[in-house]
Design a protein around this ligand. Structure first.
Ligand code: NAG
Ligand code: NAG
Length: 326
């Protein structure tokens, strides 16, 4: 059932991704994280697939106003056999006049708040970014071909709103290859909202599921331990995976993100403090806690995920879909 679909064979084994995560988190601990780090790291590919997140694109130019894009346009290549041996994570964003690949107004899974064009944005350049690896060409996006490759599979995005918007983009991209749009639906009839814990979209003609789980820290939140100081309103158990993680094991592709919530404002100022085992870690910095949580996550992948079947991706910080108005 899973033959012909192995991302790991294309992009190196999971472990290489895993170690990149750790080298990144080490940099973070050493204090190199003074700016937003744009990690074009959410390449999800079956040899021919790169998803672009339009919401991230929207924010990208705001966050990097001085960023000068490559001005040349490139033709999207028709095919390429070179992806297999190429490091697709090293490259640049280029402008491609054939983009965008979908119209968010025609996609029921695109959140209105992130549909920049429908919300009045005038320029179009931000919709035309395409990822170009340095040493190869990624074949042009063909929704139909990718749907065929994903037939019978289950993909899950896990993380914060950045994962959610990428989940939306992925669905919208693939929907361009589906004739009967009603054959694509959320399995519980739920609408997309900020706080929803789970959304599952089924492409019924392809027996394909693309799920989203909201788990912004990936580890388990907990109640206030007894005798805790008054400022403690909740805890994060750094040594325990989020309990819904048991629903992530039966998947073919798992795409995680975490990072943007590991801040003082989203934690300490909300009364949330770290806990390891039975003990509160009131003085633990967010960067140390993030590293501990990533270790918990990595051990969980090692022990709970059959990486022969499931390809695992992890993304950390990236351009956010926020714009701070001063
Ligand atoms: C996107 O779709 C909407 C509604 O179908 C349409 O009004 C709009 O012109 C389309 N935009 C582009 C760029 O094609
Ligand atoms: C994964 O594949 C390797 C090599 O074929 C095999 O030795 C190993 O037992 C497999 N692991 C699982 C969990 O199936």
């Amino acid at each position: 059932m899973v033959t012909g679909f192995s991302l790991s064979s294309l992009f190196g084994h999971f472990r290489s991704v895993y170690y990149e995560v750790f080298s990144f988190s080490n940099k973070l601990i050493k204090g190199h994280c003074k700016i937003w780090i744009f990690q074009p790291f959410y390449v999800l590919a079956s040899g021919s697939l790169v998803t672009f997140l339009l919401a991230i694109m929207c924010a990208y130019l705001y966050l990097f106003p001085k960023f000068q894009p490559v001005t040349d346009s490139y033709e999207t290549p028709k095919s390429s056999n070179s992806v297999g041996s190429c490091n697709v994570f090293e490259g640049t964003w280029i402008q491609d006049e054939t983009y965008p690949l979908y119209n968010a107004s025609d996609c029921p899974f695109a959140e209105r708040g992130f549909n920049c064009l429908a919300n009045g944005r005038k320029d179009r350049r931000y919709t035309k970014w395409r990822w170009k690896p340095n040493n190869c060409e990624i074949p042009s996006f063909n929704a139909r071909e990718i749907l065929e490759k994903l037939r019978g599979k289950r993909i899950a995005f896990v993380g914060d709103s950045l994962s959610r918007t990428q989940w939306e983009s992925m669905i919208c991209l693939l929907m361009t290859g589906v004739e009967d749009k009603r054959s694509v639906y959320e399995i519980n009839g739920n609408k997309i909202t900020k706080r929803i814990r789970f959304l599952g979209v089924r492409f019924s003609s392809f027996n394909l599921r693309i799920d989203f789980y909201r788990s912004v820290f990936l580890v388990q939140p907990g109640p206030v331990p007894r005798h805790a100081p008054k400022r403690v309103k909740s805890t994060l158990k750094l040594d325990q995976m989020d309990h819904i993680s048991k629903e992530w094991t039966d998947t073919d592709v798992l795409i995680f993100n975490s990072g943007h919530w590991w801040t003082r404002t989203k934690l300490f100022e909300m009364g949330c403090y770290f806990q390891v085992g039975g003990s509160l870690k009131l003085g633990m910095p967010t960067t140390t806690a993030f590293k501990a949580a990533l270790n918990t996550w990595a051990s969980w992948v090692d022990t709970s995920i059959n990486t022969n079947r499931t390809s695992v991706f992890f993304r950390t910080f990236e351009a956010s879909h926020w714009r701070y108005v001063s």
